[in-house]
Design a protein around this ligand. Structure first.
Ligand code: GLN
Length: 494
């Protein structure tokens, strides 16, 4: 019998809708796989056996009654990053401060998944409040990379990516504030998309940096990612930054890309996102990917975006500044961890002690950096400067997109490192985000597509394809064409 966990989402949906297999069987197979391997991978913080199976049963019942599938992915189960609030399972953002908390409402994205008949397998592990690039900042233990369990799966959405690579889920949802969907995708040889800012509702996503946060789809193929993207996209009046515009034709673009060439498509290599200092395996993989794009008929040019050099510095001021404000809500008064609540301490003492006990080191570091950067006297020097860089980055992108339809770079300058290797060196960790940050600062979109294994260390490498705001379909056309030309890749050994 076919192992259902090895099939992609599109194929599973086809079989479920044709009543060849049931959604309950597919969901159960993934729950069994989670039971078998997640003790090692730790991709899930919470597994929702009952609610996943009852959602699957509802899909099977509707199909049995002759109803049309609720969506192209009805019946195909998914892992949800634990930063999206859910009424039927806990939401912790991988923080102690929210241990055991159950939200009183569902995120808009979750409501869309439920309406689409997508069973939610559980909540996936992440860096606490989405701060990190390795998933080691989780209060509930790191996620391990299914390619090599001594290595990080990337972050902050390491759980969502590792679940795909370990065949625990065919689909997952991540959030990408500075790379947290794309970099884990690159580290695990899976596909991840950071959609255009404002096109996926942020309502019910615990805010890290509100001007950057964006949820997006993760899967093992470009088409599966497009299918999920169309399910979750759309205007939401409950999100003040939501854009009221039609959903882009992403599935059609993925299908066209998979069978077509790239004649007439201009691809720009961003000079500043490609350096001799990168892992040689990453460079080799990127060069080979560019050769494939050229062979597909794309016109490859080099573009320069000089301000990208300052993206890391700007991001790590803007991001913590917004964090310092957003995380002020965790004051232990209405929900969340509360310590020293013994009648002998003032409300302020309880708040201080609870925050000290509930937040991890990286979260505290960012709150301090952000508070400092926003303080009177330093505001212009730090936050103000960072905003100027942000504007320059948008200008550089605009110029580059006069010369090219999409831009490309490696997703990450390095392959997945050993657990613990960068924990004492936050700057080294931050620098690993250099290729993904510009897209977030500009509000644009980008995809990471696996580009094979590094010749240096045999570990996964990702190709990043970037496109301007509201041109998300370009990612899918180019991504699917590249994926088809590249061919099948090995899967993780686990
Ligand atoms: N690694 C980046 C950070 O630590 C990105 C995080 C994210 O996208 N959520 O902030």
């Amino acid at each position: 019998m076919t192992d259902l966990t090895r099939l992609g989402a599109a194929e599973l949906a086809e079989k479920i809708h044709a009543r060849e297999v049931s959604s309950v069987e597919v969901t159960q197979a993934h729950l069994d796989r989670i039971g078998a391997v997640d003790g090692t991978v730790n991709a899930f913080l919470h597994v929702a056996h009952e609610s996943a199976l009852s959602a699957a049963q509802a899909v099977d019942d509707a199909l049995g009654a002759g109803d049309a599938p609720a969506s192209a992915l009805a019946g195909v189960p998914l892992g949800l990053k634990d930063i999206l609030v859910t009424t039927d399972m806990p939401t912790t953002a991988a923080s102690k401060i929210l241990e055991g908390w159950v939200a009183p409402y569902d995120a808009t994205l979750v409501t869309k998944l439920r309406a689409a008949g997508i069973p939610i397998l559980g909540k996936t592990n992440m860096d606490e409040f989405a701060m990190g690039s390795s998933t080691e900042n989780s209060a509930y233990g790191p996620t391990r990379n299914p390619w090599d369990t001594d290595r990080i799966p990337g972050g902050s959405g390491g759980g969502s990516a590792a679940a795909l690579a370990a065949f625990e889920a065919p689909l997952s949802i991540g959030t990408d504030t500075g790379g947290s969907i794309r970099q884990p995708a690159a580290c695990t040889s899976t596909v991840g998309v950071k959609p255009t800012y404002g096109t996926i509702s942020r309502y019910g996503i615990i805010a890290a940096a509100s001007s950057l946060d964006q949820a997006g789809p993760c899967a093992r193929s470009v088409l599966d990612t497009a299918l999920l993207h169309e399910v979750i996209a759309g205007y939401d009046p409950r999100d003040s930054t939501s854009i009221d515009t039609p959903v882009r034709p992403m599935v059609a673009a993925a299908r066209a890309g998979a069978t077509g060439d790239l004649k007439g498509v201009r691809v720009g290599i961003v000079k500043e996102l490609y350096s001799d200092s990168y892992n040689s395996g990453v460079r080799g993989s990127f060069d080979a990917a560019v050769a494939q794009l050229t062979a597909l008929g794309a016109e490859v040019v080099e573009v320069s975006c000089p301000s990208f050099e300052h993206a890391v510095a700007a991001y790590y001021l803007v991001m913590p500044s917004e964090v310092s404000s957003n995380l002020a809500r965790f004051d232990s008064m209405r929900y969340g961890l509360r310590v020293k609540d013994d009648g002998n301490h003032s409300a302020q003492q309880v708040m201080m002690a609870s925050r000290a006990a509930g937040f991890g080191d990286e979260v505290k570091r960012r709150i301090m950096i952000g508070t400092y950067a926003l303080s009177a006297g330093y505001y212009d020097e730090y936050y103000g400067q960072a905003l100027k860089v942000r504007a320059l980055i948008a200008q550089d992108f605009a110029k580059a997109y006069e010369q090219a339809d999409v831009l490309v770079s490696p997703t990450s300058p390095v392959t997945p490192w050993k657990l613990g290797e960068k924990l004492d060196d936050p700057l080294a960790m931050y620098l690993s985000d250099m290729c993904t940050l510009p897209t977030n600062l500009a509000g644009h979109c980008a995809i990471s597509v696996p580009s094979g294994l590094s010749a240096e260390d045999g570990l996964p490498v990702g190709l990043q394809i970037m496109a301007p705001a509201l041109a998300d379909e370009r990612l899918y056309r180019v991504g699917a064409a590249y994926e088809a030309a590249r061919g099948e890749l090995p899967t993780a050994a686990l």
